[in-house]
Ligand binder design. Structure first.
Ligand code: HEM
Length: 233
């Protein structure tokens, strides 16, 4: 048994079993997801911190709505990174204090970025179908995150985890969008047609994937250990 899995201070036997049983496919999935999230978070942070990184579209967006745009890019980048750390099962089980602290950071980042995203959605130059697509995404992002947070406050950890998985699946819409856009251009689809469709396709499949994951993931020890963690305050 590795040192990380051995029961010791802060790591009970049940927790160690749960960590030890994390399937390889979950480790690989988390690693791939985190690398993609870091790439998009780096892009969003560069837009906030380095004016030279801004193209014409971003400059126009900032001229029209500088505060919502900066809150959106900055908060979205923080949510992508914080959510990836939160999704790491071993860290969650071994470092509950870090989990609670980062949970608050994630909540504030989503509130800032999601609220600002809703404002940007109403102003999108891509027309009403895209505005509704981004708008519904923003509302779903805020709602799933708030429901997940309420579950944690009430000590309902299974519900908390399920809703936060839905919330982070929606955070990852930022990644899906930036995978689908270049793919649509390689496929020769006119930019505006692709953009309008992707305003919906960047998040609806993510939600379906999250529901599939929630129904097929391994359970048992995960439920036992989650209930042991103290309520976030
Ligand atoms: C999940 C909820 C999200 C919603 C509802 C949302 C909504 C939007 C909207 C409406 C725009 C403007 C598009 C236009 O004017 O046509 C936009 C652009 C942008 N968003 Fe988001 N977004 C979300 C998540 C994120 C996240 C997590 C990031 C992380 C970095 C992010 C980063 C950006 C960036 C960098 C742009 C500028 C356009 C680009 O470079 O692609 N968004 N978003």
């Amino acid at each position: 048994m590795s040192a990380a899995l051995r029961p010791g201070p802060g790591v009970t036997a049940t927790r160690a079993v749960a960590i030890g049983h994390t399937p390889l496919r979950l480790h690989l999935g988390w690693t791939a997801m985190t690398l993609l999230a870091l790439a998009v978070a780096g892009y969003g942070a560069a837009l906030v911190l380095a004016p030279a990184a801004r193209n014409g579209f971003i400059r126009a967006l900032l001229e029209a709505s500088w505060l919502p745009a900066l809150l959106h890019f900055g908060g979205g980048s923080i949510a992508l990174v914080a959510g990836a750390v939160q999704a790491h099962r071993g860290l969650r089980l071994r470092r509950p204090a870090l989990h609670r602290w980062l949970g608050r950071v994630y909540l504030l980042a989503v509130l800032a970025s999601g609220g600002a995203g809703l404002v940007l959605a109403t102003r999108s130059s891509a027309g009403p179908i895209a505005q509704w697509g981004f708008g519904c995404l923003a509302v779903a992002w805020l709602a799933t995150t708030l429901v997940g947070w309420r579950h944690a406050r009430a000590g309902r950890y299974a519900g908390h985890r399920d809703w936060m998985i839905r919330s982070y699946a929606l955070t990852l819409a930022a990644v899906t969008l930036r995978l689908l856009l270049p793919l649509s251009q390689v496929a020769g689809i006119p930019f505006m047609t692709a953009y309008v469709a992707i305003a919906w396709l960047c998040w609806l499949p993510n939600l379906l994937l999250a529901e599939w994951f929630l129904r097929t993931r391994p359970r048992g020890p995960v439920r036992a250990t989650a209930a042991m963690e103290p309520a976030p305050r």
